[in-house]
Ligand binder design. Sequence first.
Ligand code: SF4
Ligand code: SF4
Ligand code: SF4
Length: 313
Amino acid sequence: MSGTSKAMAGMATTAEYATVIDLTRCDGCPDRDTPRCVSACRTKNQARFPEPEKPILDYWPQKKHEDWSDKKGVTNRLTPYNWTYVQHLEVEHKGQKIKVHVPRRCMHCDNAPCSGLCPFEVNNKTPEGAVVIDTEACFGGAKCRDVCPWEIPQRQAGVGLYREVAPKYAGGGVMYKCDMCIDLIREGKPPACTKACPNQAIHFGPKEEMRSYAGEWAKKNQGYIYGDKENGGTSTFYLSKVPFEAIDKAIREQEVDGKPGRPAMPIGVENPLDEPGNLAKAFVIAPVAGLMAAGLSVYRTMKGEEADENTKA
Ligand code: SF4
Ligand code: SF4
Ligand code: SF4
């Protein structure tokens, strides 16, 4: 299979799509400091990267804030300026050390907790299968990151709507992550990272076609799939000849900037939305976000009334 499904050419934009990431084809772009898929994502999304206003205030009542604006060049982890990255691993399997490279970014979950638990309702699953944060309306409360099993969304402070509504309070910023290149999909084009890979390690196409391809590949190669069941199912299917338990272990054992590697690949991780008790708990532990959501609602109403007044005038 080439990087893009044949059905992608001239595709109906309302179909649901998915990605297959074939780890047996990814060599991590050894000739590059920044892998091609990562560079392609950065180039494609550059115009949407945050430009915070400084000085940036701390998140009340904390004495800190998350600011990546002076570290835009970081490509060895997810940041608000880097929506995909590649984990370079040595995985132990059957007494051997095997090099495995794992491109990471949002999995675009079927029943995404980051969307279902967003207090501001600004993170939504589109009919195409992409989970997309509306960065114009996001408050940066980071609930989406807390409930994501892979901690994918990344926060930049000093930017976004909170500065108008409640500049001194919790939240304070905007969350950024891969949006599956939803704009390109709607133009009938594949995501930028898919096209950039010289090894056709990233396939993109209609979801059921991708699922069948992954299943057949696993059967034929006695291989493994990750992402079909995790978090209740996702729109990303990783393929590997090495068990994902071993890959998960290698990630957790790897040190990045003095900390354990992440995001890990927990096997069969469960979706908090599947347990109603957890849903309630998640909201209870976010009282400030709840207040902010209420504030946003008032702000929107006021803006709406203002617009009505202007229309009348
Ligand atoms: S997916 Fe392709 S472009 Fe990305 S690191 Fe692997 S080989 Fe390179
Ligand atoms: S991987 Fe995380 S951020 Fe992406 S859709 Fe799933 S829960 Fe949300
Ligand atoms: S799908 Fe688009 S936004 Fe997501 S990692 Fe690939 S290039 Fe970046």
